[in-house]
Design a binder for this molecule. Sequence first.
Ligand code: SF4
Length: 349
Amino acid sequence: MSIFPSKYFRLFACCVPVKGARRSLIADLQRHHYQFIPNALYEILTQQCEYQPFHEIAAKFSEEDQGTLASYFQMLTENEFGFWIAQAEKGFFPDLELTWDYPAKITNLILEVDPTSGSNVNYSSLFEQIDLLGTKDVLIQYTSGPPDDFVEIYRFFQNKLLKNIEIRCLFDETKPEDYWEKFLDTYRRVNQLTVYGAPFSRDKKLNLEPPTILTYKKEKLIKKWNSSSRAIAFTVNIKSFSEAQTHNLFFNRKLAIDSKGFMKNFLSQETHYGNINEISVAEVIQSPAYQEYWDVDKNKIEICKDCEFRFFCVDALPPVKKNASLWQRPFSCEYDPYSAKWPNELTFP
Ligand code: SF4
């Protein structure tokens, strides 16, 4: 028996309910997953559990519905989403503080490198600047040529603030697996290397510190996201969930630089905000134009504001401004929160 009728039910602080138009969910921010719940249960959890013990809540329902209600709370306790407390303990369990900040002006850099393009991008200056801005994560995407041509990049970061370098590159049959393993062993800041267009798909966890993954994918490297790319990912953790309350997870404090050195919000953006050979990164990222999408959280976007995934959905295309306070969602998403269906899905799970 996991129900205590005279007690109050309390969700763990890291299990946060989110209401959608058709269904709700509990985002388990510590265990990185979510569980769908009906909207009726969301209302009970957020409006009644604080003030009433279970037996008082149950008394408002018919006998048949009391069985359903009991099964909901059984599920919540069995899945360790919450616990039962006495009235006297009610003030001891505050909600999670969901404010967000981060000690870096730019948290992530996406850098496109094309060694065959003949461009004269000043990478040394760029990386000095990135280090000063406190950036911890860099994704380097090589659209041609081998990534080991740019070893000065990885050497530069060996003793810097930056923690993680992810490399995406094209398959090259002259570079076998053990070649990349040696490369990753030498440049430890690179902790993920994905080789695209390979004849096979495989993930290999290397026995290195920090944990490092060498991945081969048969798929082609997507050089630029566009409106037909399905570019949505869900990231369920405290940091993103807090950031998503007031910011756009894909754009906030992110910087993309294309192979010619033009600074953008994302690589396929047609607009650019200057070239790193002519203007400093710091100058660009503090301009209101560059920051246009940073604070467009999903509550400001039509349809997304009614979606239960809105606090951990990362979509890689910009919203479109509708009026001063409302935006339209990117075309890349086809989820319908009003029916809780993805395209071709007949019923919601
Ligand atoms: S409607 Fe689509 S883009 Fe918007 S929050 Fe939901 S899944 Fe994400």
